[in-house]
Design a protein around this ligand. Structure first.
Ligand code: PLP
Length: 383
């Protein structure tokens, strides 16, 4: 038996040094004047929010973007006083605790602003807010022609303070013309307000795609998520990049060979028999399934790495196990490490590749990894 280093059946390894490098590279891309809002929603894209927030605090993230109150509280538990922006709309019953915890809400309408102002009055507090403008995402935000009215109404509210303004790109990775139009609409709206004396401490628009592909001379803050974790957004605009970039994926995802057997040609495999072996084969049953977040659809599409070789996943992925063809992988033994995401020898599988196999996007591959998968950490100063 080869020595087994860890006891896990299925786990993720997060390289904190990679995150530090990615953050440095984001700063270099954005330029020295810009502040960095790191997006850490969905458990820091599946990397583990507390650990990642601690590292990003040390790395000098200026502001955190979260999706809900629990995430904001988790950040507060790591370090007091860091500015936090709730990216989504606050539910009515979240307003009180959001104010209590000093979290900045994103405001898209007069109605939301009034609710916050009332609740802040009750708490005798002042709330710093970011106003969101919809320039073409269609999700949240005030329509640009109504921005002036919203801001002047908010200025009359006693308990709200306008700290930031932002918008969100819908298609920065692929649609240059539409993204430019979004940027211009936003710039025009913001300039108009600034000309009338409104000041903004935070102005931001660029998600990862925007940061890579859309120039910007208005914003003072960038707002990347995926790039922080070292993954380039899949894009048809890669040729527009002016410099080579070396973002490094921070997360590797692994499991083990649980069982091995040899089967004859024509052996039916897994639920529903979506696969029959084409020749005499050696098969490994590996310790990952959709209960860990490995997509069920990966069967007959994806490969994993065993013995530094690419080995195809055969038949349907089940809840806790999957079948892999290791006929060409050399001497495989029970307990051997299987790489689902990451590298082994000279081979590598990245989240974008797995996403393509599973007809989704790298964001979903990462956030789909379930709580059952322990996250382990190495490297970096916060470890
Ligand atoms: C998730 C999110 C981001 C980060 O997007 P990436 O494509 O991962 O960089 C930025 N802004 C908002 C409003 C978001 O919801």
């Amino acid at each position: 038996m080869r020595p087994v280093k860890e006891v896990y059946r299925c786990w993720a390894e997060v390289d904190l040094a990679a995150l530090e490098e990615n953050l440095a590279q984001i700063r270099a891309l954005a330029g020295p004047q810009k502040k960095v809002l790191t997006v850490v929603k969905a458990d820091a894209y599946g990397h583990g929010l507390r650990q990642i927030a601690a590292l990003l605090m040390q790395g000098g993230s200026d502001l955190f973007g979260v999706a809900n109150l629990q995430e904001a509280r988790a950040i507060r538990s790591v370090g007091k006083g860091w500015p936090i922006l709730m990216l989504g709309a606050c539910l009515p019953f979240e307003i009180g605790p959001v104010i209590e915890n000093g979290i900045m809400p994103a405001i898209s309408s007069l109605e939301e602003a009034e609710r916050f102002d009332r609740s802040a009055a009750q708490q005798n507090k002042s709330v710093s807010i970011h106003v969101k403008v919809d320039t073409g995402m269609g999700r949240l935000g005030v329509a640009p022609p109504e921005l002036g009215h919203l801001l002047s109404s908010i200025r009359r509210m006693r308990h709200l303070e306008i700290k930031g303004i932002f918008t969100h790109y819908s298609s920065a990775e692929d649609d240059a013309a539409f993204t430019r139009r979004q940027r211009e609409i936003f710039a025009q709206a913001v300039h108009k307000e600034m000309a009338q004396g409104q000041q903004f401490e935070w102005i931001h628009a660029q998600n990862s795609g925007g940061l890579l592909f859309e120039r910007d001379d208005l914003c003072n803050t960038v707002r990347p998520g995926l790039l922080v974790y070292g993954i380039m957004p899949p894009s048809s605009r890669l040729s527009e990049l002016k410099q080579p970039l070396a973002f490094r994926p921070a997360l590797s995802w692994k499991c083990r060979v649980g069982f091995l057997k040899s089967v004859p040609e024509g052996t039916p495999l897994s639920y529903g028999h979506t696969c029959f072996t084409r020749k005499k084969s050696t098969l490994a049953t590996v310790t990952v399934g959709y209960g860990d977040g490995y997509f069920r659809i990966a069967g007959n599409r994806a490969s994993v790495l065993i013995g530094a070789k690419r080995c195809p996943v055969l038949g349907r992925v089940t809840m806790d196990q999957a079948i892999v063809d290791v006929t060409d992988a050399g001497n495989v033994q029970a307990g051997d490490e299987v790489v689902l995401l990451g590298s082994q020898g000279t081979e590598r599988i990245d989240a974008t590749q797995l996403a393509e196999w599973c007809e989704t996007v790298p964001w979903e591959v990462l956030t789909n990894i379930t709580y059952r998968v322990p996250r382990t950490y190495r490297g970096g100063h916060a470890a």
